[in-house]
Ligand binder design. Structure first.
Ligand SMILES: Nc1ncnc2c1ncn2[C@@H]1O[C@H](COP(=O)(O)OP(=O)(O)OP(=O)(O)O)[C@@H](O)[C@H]1O
Length: 471
């Protein structure tokens, strides 16, 4: 068995197979012949590749070699390893056979351990396989609070955890603004996959890490190890894919990794800060691939969910947070869960520092700069201006006695927003809306709540206005 024969075999397979399959499965194989030429061993980088090549390609490799070589065929073996490790290390021993695929210009470079490390993400470094996962073990389904804003995403994540790589859920893409629980849910799936199968190789990384690893693999000439590593996982979790924007080579590599994983039935979970089609600088083919599976938006949590999250986090911290205190915080911190957690941390620190019980007074003290900042930003005047602009009416219409639907509904919405976003009392709000009674304001708040639940358009208007006013 000569190197030349193996090269001819590779050339034939390269012609026969789609390039992606050839590059992924055949190209990384290394070969070594026994001294008497009776046995030929193909070395694959890991067990996964061994199984795959045995099932799909080994027979064909044997046939091709048979066609090319007259006389008896060597016995073909396939195992994990490298041909260098198999070579006899004596000075006079023949050099291990090198495939052109691994290094066209010379013998195969079996990477030093340090190089392997630099090519593989942190998750791969050290430890037994089941300990390699770099998931945050605190991000589970049990610690995730569901509400209207994230229920669909949580259900999709559960599905993936129960049936990884099933058609229609691969890739799972979670998208939405910062601090809304995308990373948490993604880890929850990973943790659940490992709970169900402790040997599952689940790798989480930020897209910037993927880019950095790829660059260092290129620099250290370990790009093949890099590819093999990412293609050998059971589930690949990549956070914040918007960071791939504008990085063409990384997108190219990720595109191939992505295809290989999908083709092999491995699960991919991605997060993005917006719907990928809206990310500038992301290749069209990637955008379209991302949409192959299931894309789920995650919205800012509504008041009730914010309260439930605060209660849950307080319970985890073994702190008693009364309902009115939770409401007080949730009404003031609306943008995202990370900020909500930050506010709660400050309150808890204040409790531990002063030894006092949690009540509204203590919260006001602990969060006074946040509350002051918000009070400056959101005034009733401001709300009236934004609402009038949104519904294309005049500010004066909001203050006037007119009761036609086209102004009465926006007025009610503006009152409800004033109640939710400012700390003014009902009489104060009524006063600011043309001297109305506090019962009118109360009625408006109830009516708007009812309409938001029954009419999706009004809910959407309300959410749009909330976003405009609080961002
Ligand atoms: N529904 C929820 N229940 C419990 N905790 C939550 C929930 N949503 C978010 N969190 C918590 O809020 C914090 C921020 O969430 P996470 O990091 O998942 O946000 P993200 O959407 O990935 O944001 P980014 O895009 O900034 O990475 C985390 O500590 C997470 O545990």
């Amino acid at each position: 068995m000569s190197e030349e024969l193996w090269q001819r075999c590779l050339t034939r397979l390269e012609d026969e197979l789609p390039s992606q399959q050839y590059n992924m499965w055949i190209r990384p194989l290394q070969v070594a012949a026994s001294a008497d030429g009776a046995e030929l061993t193909l070395f694959a980088p890991n067990r996964f590749v061994v199984d795959w090549v045995r099932d799909k390609y080994l027979e064909r490799i044997g046939e091709v070699l048979g066609e090319m070589q007259a006389g008896s065929l060597p016995h073909l073996r396939l195992e994990v390893g490298s041909s260098r490790a198999a070579a006899v290390p004596a000075a006079s021993a023949p050099q291990p056979v090198s495939t052109p695929a691994a290094s066209p210009a010379g013998p195969i470079r079996t990477p030093e351990p340090a190089e392997v490390r630099s090519a593989a993400p942190q998750a791969e470094v050290g430890g037994a396989r089941k300990h390699r996962s770099n998931l945050n073990t605190g991000f589970t389904f049990a610690t995730f609070v569901e509400g209207k804003s994230n229920r669909m995403a949580a259900a999709a994540a559960q599905q993936v955890a129960e049936n990884p790589a099933s058609h229609g859920y691969n890739p799972l893409l979670l998208y939405g603004g910062v601090g809304l629980g995308k990373t948490h849910l993604m880890h929850a799936v990973g943790n659940e996959l490992i709970r169900r199968n402790p040997n599952a190789k689940v790798v989480y990384l930020h897209s910037e890490r993927f880019v950095a690893d790829m660059i260092s693999a290129l620099r250290n000439k370990t790009i093949n190890e890099f590819k093999r590593f990412y293609r050998s996982v059971d589930a690949l979790l990549i956070d914040d894919i918007q960071f791939f924007a504008g990085k063409e080579q990384s997108q190219e590599e990720f595109f191939h990794t992505f295809n290989a994983l999908l083709e092999n039935g491995q699960q991919i979970i991605l997060t993005c800060d917006k719907f990928p089609k809206e990310v500038d600088g992301l290749e069209e083919r990637l955008k379209s691939r991302f949409g192959w599976g299931l894309s789920q938006p995650m919205e800012p949590p509504e008041l009730e969910t914010r309260v439930a999250i605060l209660k849950k986090k307080a319970e985890e911290a073994k702190v008693d947070l009364p309902n009115d205190a939770a409401f007080f915080i949730a009404q003031r911190i609306r943008s995202n869960v990370r900020e909500l957690e930050g506010a709660l941390r400050r309150v808890i620190a204040h409790v531990r520092f002063t030894g006092a019980q949690i009540d509204i007074g203590l919260i006001k003290e602990a969060l006074k700069d946040l509350i002051a900042l918000q009070a400056r930003q959101i005034s009733i005047d401001n709300i009236q201006r934004v609402v009038a602009e949104y519904y294309k009416i005049k500010i004066n219409d909001l203050l006037s006695p007119r009761r036609t639907r086209s102004v009465a509904r926006p007025r009610q919405v503006a009152m409800a927003l004033s109640k939710e976003l400012t700390s003014h009392s009902l009489p104060e709000i009524g006063e600011n809306f043309g001297g109305r009674d506090h019962t009118t304001v109360l009625h408006a708040c109830r009516k708007v709540l009812e309409l938001r639940e029954s009419n999706p358009e009004i809910e959407e208007d309300y959410q749009n206005l909330l976003r405009t006013l609080t961002s």
